[in-house]
Design a protein around this ligand. Structure first.
Ligand code: NDP
Ligand code: DGY
Length: 329
């Protein structure tokens, strides 16, 4: 751990961040930053040590910010700024109770994540990883009429679970592929759904009628484990399941059963439980399961803008001024 000492406010960063964040923080001259100077997650004991007395914490989605961390930080803590739009890793009720402000990074990663989700959907439906593998291992003997056939989007029905910022970004892009019906589910109907001719339906209807089921909701107690045996059993046998929200929305044992028994055609996952997914995990033995290492927002420019927003949120919280993206609900 690298540390600097002075009388300025103390900030703990749980990871090396893109340069944009470091530049802003040093220019502001309001805080001393200590960071876990690594690209790998901070060990829990180091996290608890590092936050001690901090006025601000910058964290990642892989850092569990719970009561123990808040207690370890102590009463100085004014702000937590996460380099993510998802905030399921933070004990929000407790954070609110303590009057600690929270910054996050909505909007700036919407396009990158929507693009990646579409890429994953196409890769899964059109069996791209299998095709690449066949080219490399000599399995490509000739052009064959029924070899490596998959499913196309044109004329299909797509169901988006959670038509929020990213869900809408996915829907907009998919409409360009000639999707016939766009269904969505969630807690409330969305006025912006009109832009994609979205039909607000129950989860059951969405699951039963969609050729592609795309999960882009936030992880909450209500969505935890939502995609389970009953869910997969309602899907069409030819349907593709894609998840770019959080791994815990899916019961992975049930997904494995659905994929290996032919209950559904294929699945594409950008998120899993745990992360990283162990290399001997059963899902990785399946040809009809494409797993990516949580890279939805991973473009150079997006990560730079996220880092900048994250730093600005932190500074606003430290200085008691506006935060560009404060989590208020
Ligand atoms: P938004 O808040 O804009 O959207 C979240 C959506 O989830 C809302 O439309 C909400 O609908 C919906 N939702 C909440 N509860 C339920 C429910 N019970 N059933 C169905 N839908 C529900 O967030 P974003 O679109 O910006 O981000 C969504 C999530 O994507 C993040 O929380 C994060 O977990 C994940 N993410 C993953 C990334 C990756 O790298 N793979 C990158 C960025 C984000 P309603 O308003 O009706 O409740
Ligand atoms: C988020 O922001 O919640 C993603 O999972 C990573 O960008």
């Amino acid at each position: 751990m690298r540390a600097v000492s002075s009388l300025m406010m103390k900030v703990f960063l749980t990871r090396r961040l893109p340069q944009e964040a470091a530049t802003l923080l040093s220019q502001a001259e309001v805080c001393d930053v200590s960071l876990w100077d690594s690209d790998e997650p901070v060990p829990r004991a180091e996290l608890l040590k590092g936050v001690k007395g901090a006025h601000g914490i910058v964290c990642l989605l892989s850092d569990k910010i719970d009561v123990e961390v808040l207690d370890a930080a102590g009463p100085n803590l004014k702000v937590i700024s996460t380099l993510s739009v998802g905030f399921d890793h933070m004990a929000m009720d407790e954070i609110k109770k303590r009057g600690i402000r929270v910054g996050y990074t909505p909007d700036v990663l919407t396009d990158a994540t929507a693009e990646l989700t579409v890429a994953l959907l196409l890769a899964t439906a059109r069996r791209l990883p299998e095709g690449v593998e066949q080219v490399k291992n000599g399995g490509w003997s000739s052009w064959k009429p029924l070899w490596l056939c998959g499913y196309g989007l044109s004329g299909s029905t797509v169901g988006v679970i959670g038509l929020g910022r990213i869900g809408l970004g996915i829907a907009r892009r998919l409409k360009g592929f000639g999707v016939k019906r766009l269904l969505y589910s969630g807690r409330t109907a969305k006025p912006h759904a009109a832009e994609v001719d979205g039909e607000f339906v129950t989860l059951d209807t969405l699951v039963a009628e969609s050729d592609f089921v795309v999960v882009s909701c936030s992880l909450t107690p209500a969505t935890q484990g939502m995609c389970d045996k009953a869910f997969f059993s309602k899907m069409k046998k030819t349907a593709i399941f894609v998840n770019s929200s959080r791994g815990s929305v899916v019961n992975q044992e049930d997904l494995y059963q659905a994929l290996s028994s032919g209950q559904i055609a294929a699945a594409g996952l950008d998120v899993t439980t745990p992360e990283p997914l162990p290399t001997d995990h059963p899902l990785l033995t399946l040809k009809n399961c494409v797993v990516l290492p949580h890279i939805g927002s991973a473009t150079y420019s997006t990560r730079g803008v996220m880092a900048e927003l994250c730093a600005r949120n932190l500074l606003g919280g430290l200085q008691g001024t506006d935060m560009p993206s404060e989590l208020t609900s």
